[in-house]
Design a protein around this ligand. Structure first.
Ligand code: GDP
Length: 294
């Protein structure tokens, strides 16, 4: 994960590490390298500039130039700023309600259905009674995919293969959940290859009808800057509560993880790191910053 960014940051720090004296010129040069590493990792340019300006300011302000191990102190500042950039603290999802409704939105192929299964599995392991709902009325295969996952994890999947009205399916699923004493309903919605009006309207209508306690936007981290732009568009329409970054096991350059919070002002809540049902983690900004720095 983020190997290239990690290498570039470490090489930026190399000029400072081990030195017992550094100058403001060293700090300026290193910060510039850090900025270049972030931009190369697909971090939004404005975000990269803001964070490196703060790093420089903090570094000079803390008088690290005369501290015992200035290189280490500099790395610590970068770690703090990366953590802050990604939201500071971990944020969980709201699963209160009778039932609580978690709406999953995003583009096709982003990993929505896989994530829906993973979340259901995670919640089930916590002892919650969960219902999965297949609301993709355009791809029969999507219903089948969710059913297979449901069977695998032992969670019921609600679907109406003949019904072409996603709002109705979602509404009926909630009634079914009440009848069968399910406390959390996860609604997997349809996705398109690009943002389009019909899809947006449909997911907005589902939102209005089922009043979710939590709306999660799922995005493929490999798509870099596009991930951030898609997140912006979905947020404008849905005002979602959190982001799920998928495919972090691939050769994602890291830009989405680092820019989304700042640009969209919504927290990343989960990261997905593989196709298996267990490959899901709550997102912890501090742990991610440590991983990025190696
Ligand atoms: P959806 O169209 O948004 O529902 O996306 P899917 O859940 O069908 O996922 C699309 C593809 O990405 C599938 O082949 C998944 O197995 C795969 N996938 C989903 N999440 C991850 C992940 O975190 N890592 C990897 N490597 N593959 C993933």
């Amino acid at each position: 994960m983020f190997e290239s960014l990690q290498d570039k940051l470490n090489s930026a720090f190399r000029t400072l590490k081990g030195k017992d004296r550094i100058s403001d010129i060293n700090v300026a040069a290193t910060t510039k390298e850090v900025r270049r590493a972030l931009v190369d990792a697909d971090v939004n340019f404005k975000v990269a500039k803001e964070i490196t300006d703060r790093i420089k300011e903090k570094a000079l302000d803390r008088k690290i130039l005369i501290s015992v191990e200035p290189g280490q102190m500099f790395v610590k500042i970068v770690q703090e700023e990366l953590t802050e950039l990604m939201g500071g603290t971990a944020e969980s999802i709201d699963i209160k309600g009778d039932p609580a409704v978690v709406l999953i939105a995003g583009l096709q192929g982003s990993g929505k259905t896989t994530f829906s299964g993973k979340l259901a599995s995670m919640l089930k392991k916590q002892g919650r009674n969960v219902l999965l709902t297949a609301c993709d009325i355009y791809r029969p295969a999507a219903i089948e995919q969710l059913k297979v996952l449901g069977e695998q994890i032992g969670v019921e999947v609600y679907s109406e293969p003949e019904n072409k009205n996603a709002v109705e399916i979602a509404t009926n699923a909630i009634a079914h959940a009440r009848k069968t004493n399910k406390k959390i309903v996860i609604v997997d919605t349809a996705g398109r290859l690009a943002v389009d009006e019909v899809m947006m309207q449909e997911v907005e209508d589902i939102k209005k009808a089922v009043k979710p306690t939590e709306i999660l936007f799922v995005v493929d981290s490999m798509t870099g800057q596009d991930a951030v732009n898609t997140a912006k568009t979905f947020n404008e329409r849905l005002n979602f509560d959190g982001v799920v970054l998928t495919k972090l096991d691939g050769d994602s350059r890291g830009g989405a993880a680092l820019s989304i919070r700042q640009v969209v002002e919504k927290p990343i809540k989960f990261i997905s790191t593989g196709e298996k049902m267990e490959a899901l983690d709550a997102f912890h900004p501090d742990r991610m910053a440590s991983r990025i720095l190696g």
